[in-house]
Design a protein around this ligand. Structure first.
Ligand code: SF4
Ligand code: SF4
Length: 423
């Protein structure tokens, strides 16, 4: 579906823990007036990025909100001033800015990796000392079922995404970028190829690599191997083999941060599943409550059974719609009985399908058995810490074993044991 802008709701709930690292602290008070794009939260020390108000309005209260991944977290409730005109932004020439100035703009706009766990982008654009980067990969694979937000952004904003890639190349001081897109998105491939050809000037080479439709094609290490043929060893970062990967949506946010001086306070997301009356790709303000989105789309169907934030393979089920959109929220799936498998799980029958399916070559079957036996801390040898929770093992398991949940418990057991060892 084409991207549609959702009207701003009467109130937004801005969670102060949006990224990996130190959460923000509010720098506004109850009843403070705020403007669209104004700084409302920042990190005093440690890794993090600021948070901005997506609207003109006033802070109704500083409170505690439900958080999809944490139990709860401090937040700001901002009442929207519906009469105030929306802020407009114009492009500026960034080509004369230094790497440091470009990085500062990315930081100040509050950009984080929106295709993953929310790592601050300015930090990811600063590779470890001693590493030599030669290739940027933009991730346009979008391999999870249902989600089409990146797909539509590539079709509708290809020039801006490619300009975002140019900014990243300028920051990294390199000239080569490959954009990986699965072959089931021919319109996105065509649009991005056209934009890439126009921006491949002055020695810069930006190309599009058509990828096989294969889950989990969009996971960082698998994508690097598909695009470059190179394998990232063990626990190393992609920078170890000279590669940096960013999502196409993050490249768009970098474009807005640098070329428009626009903070990151709105994003495109997919709302889908048979449980929503009108599925859509919506541009929404960060802090919009899920309940407002559902209401805007006509409500849910009577047979709604499960709400998932993220894709069906890697997303998290949530028990309420009374939570806000975060910078990392890529989709909301509203699923009915027809789409979920409610059969209870049973014992492992040692068929080995999960081992064959695992793209990392791990042994999820053994991890599950060990966790059930109370030996979660003894699962490192089966590769628990290398698991990136793609869900492929659980998907193929004929016994319907909750293998991803087992692996999460395995990781917790190992980390607990290791922290006890180090005192
Ligand atoms: S979730 Fe399962 S298939 Fe995916 S990496 Fe982890 S163990 Fe392997
Ligand atoms: S796929 Fe399921 S039943 Fe088969 S070995 Fe793996 S955990 Fe056991």
């Amino acid at each position: 579906m084409p991207i549609e802008e959702m009207p701003t709701p009467a109130e937004l709930e801005i969670v102060l823990a949006q990224h990996i690292g130190t959460p923000c602290e509010a720098i506004v008070k109850k009843r403070s007036k705020v403007e669209e794009g104004e700084l409302v939260g920042q990190v005093s020390k440690g890794l993090g990025v600021p948070i901005h108000s997506p609207v003109n309005g006033a802070v109704r209260e500083l409170s505690i909100s439900a958080h999809p991944m944490r139990v709860s977290t401090p937040s700001l409730a901002i009442r929207t001033d519906a009469e105030a005109p929306a802020k407009t932004y114009t492009t500026s020439d960034w080509s004369k800015l230094s790497k440091e100035q470009l990085l500062q703009k990315v930081h100040d706009a509050g950009v984080i990796g929106i295709g993953g766990a929310g790592f601050p982008t300015h930090a990811k654009l600063t590779p470890p000392r001693g590493t030599q980067i030669d290739t940027l990969i933009l991730n346009g694979a979008e391999c999870e079922p249902y989600i089409t937000a990146d797909h539509r952004q590539m079709v509708e904003y290809p020039e801006q995404i490619v300009e975002g890639a140019r900014i990243i190349l300028a920051i990294l001081g390199i000239k080569s970028c490959q954009i990986g897109i699965e072959s089931n998105k021919p319109d996105a491939i065509a649009a991005m190829e056209k934009a890439a050809a126009l921006q491949s000037t002055n020695g810069i080479e930006i190309g599009v690599k058509t990828l096989e439709v294969k889950y989990p094609q969009g996971s960082e290490k698998q994508l690097i191997q598909s695009v470059t043929g190179k394998k990232v060893p063990g626990f190393s970062l992609p920078s170890a083999i000279g590669v940096v990967v960013h999502n196409v949506g993050t490249a768009f946010a970098i474009y807005e941060a640098v070329a428009l001086d626009k903070p990151f306070y709105e994003k495109v997301m997919t709302i889908s599943g048979l449980g929503i009356k009108r599925p859509a790709n919506l541009k929404v303000k960060i802090g919009t409550r899920l309940s407002d989105i559902v209401e805007y789309l006509g409500g849910t169907t009577p047979d709604l059974r499960k709400v998932v934030l993220g894709g069906p393979m890697m997303g998290f089920a949530v028990s309420t719609l009374d939570i806000p959109v975060l910078k990392t929220t890529s989709s909301i799936l509203l699923l009915t009985d027809k789409e979920i498998d409610k059969r209870p799980y049973s014992n492992c029958i040692r068929c080995g399908w999960c081992v064959s399916a695992c793209p990392m070559g791990l042994q999820p079957n053994e991890m599950g058995v060990y966790v059930e036996a109370g030996k979660a801390d003894d699962t490192k040898r089966f590769g628990a810490l290398e698991c990136f929770e793609c869900g492929s093992c659980a998907y193929v398991c004929p016994a319907k074993r909750p293998l991803v949940q087992f692996v999460r418990l395995a990781k917790m057991g190992i980390r607990k044991k290791e922290s006890q060892k180090t005192g």
